[in-house]
Design a protein around this ligand. Structure first.
Ligand SMILES: C[S@@+](CC[C@H](N)C(=O)[O-])C[C@H]1O[C@@H](n2cnc3c(N)ncnc32)[C@H](O)[C@@H]1O
Length: 269
């Protein structure tokens, strides 16, 4: 078993209540709906194709993909998250059972070369791991030529306001120099470094690993987090969902988003 990182310690602790943190919140429902629409356009067409859910956590996406008929492998470095995923998935009757693997996304040494038809990395594992470059290279390695990958990370520009609020001008200077901040939990032992990306930095990360860039969206480019209450109303939810999806690929608006999501492809040749 690999050494537990601070991110593992944090995720181990929150694993049991992780799903509850997101369920019952209209903002996160909307973000997941947007994500699914974006991901769907890049999924393999063949039923039973092999999908890697890297940093898959409690298995929310793995379950959705397995229910769509794919053969899913969920890889995560946190024992607690894998345990939560096992509890959730074990008793379900799925077309193909989900395979769970403890693995660090910055290398994925437990996984073979070119064995997946698609990879997903949702909810920042690339921002949280020890090397985003190694993570991008590992994703490239395990995908077969021609296979796509959709990954979401923390956006640098979207972090400006919270960093200024929490760390003041000197903190903002440091943040702009490094692109790095810290996941602030009350327990110092669980604080872990978070690497953020500008839109160009994210394209560079995947481009240098050998991928072709297909699309880049912000999640979310409208300030929907503070409209949580309004999103509880079905008509407002649908209206804002439509507007957000119309705008979220606009280059000039990407900086407004807390998260960036990139879709890439390993070249077919
Ligand atoms: C915010 S959660 C997202 C979980 C899931 N992908 C989702 O969208 O619901 C981040 C996940 O990344 C995992 N993670 C963090 N660092 C990792 C690493 N180096 N390798 C693999 N997984 C990692 C955490 O354990 C956690 O499950």
């Amino acid at each position: 078993v690999p050494r537990r990182s601070a991110s593992d310690r944090y995720h181990d602790r929150v694993a049991r209540r992780y799903d509850a943190m997101y369920e019952g919140d209209a903002y996160w429902r909307l973000v997941r709906e947007i994500t699914w629409k974006h991901v769907r356009g890049h999924l393999p067409r063949e039923a039973g194709a092999r999908i890697l859910d890297a940093g898959g956590g409690t298995g929310w996406w793995a379950l959705r993909l397995a229910r769509s008929g794919f053969r899913v492998t969920l890889a995560d470095s946190s024992t607690g998250m894998l345990e939560a995923a096992r509890r959730k998935l074990a008793h379900l009757d799925l077309p193909h059972p989900v395979t769970l693997v403890q693995s660090d996304i910055a290398g994925l040494p437990e996984l073979d070369d070119r064995c997946f038809d698609f990879a997903l990395a949702q909810g920042d594992p690339i921002s949280f791991c020890s090397s985003a470059e190694r993570a991008a290279a590992a994703l490239f390695r395990v995908l077969r030529p021609g296979a796509a990958c959709v990954a979401s990370v923390d956006g640098t520009w979207g972090g400006l306001d919270p960093v200024l609020d929490k760390e003041g001008p000197a903190g903002l200077e440091r943040y702009l120099r490094t692109g790095r901040t810290e996941w602030l939990t009350r327990d110092k032992d669980e604080r872990f470094p978070v690497r953020t990306f500008t839109p160009d930095g994210l394209r560079r990360l995947f481009g240098q690993a050998g991928f072709e860039i297909r699309s880049l969206i912000g999640k979310t480019v409208l300030p929907l987090r503070r409209l949580r209450q309004q999103l509880e109303d079905k008509a407002a939810y649908l209206r804002l969902l439509r507007l957000e999806t119309r705008l979220h690929g606009e280059e000039g608006l990407l900086g407004r988003a807390a998260h960036l999501e990139i879709a890439v492809r390993r070249p077919a040749a």
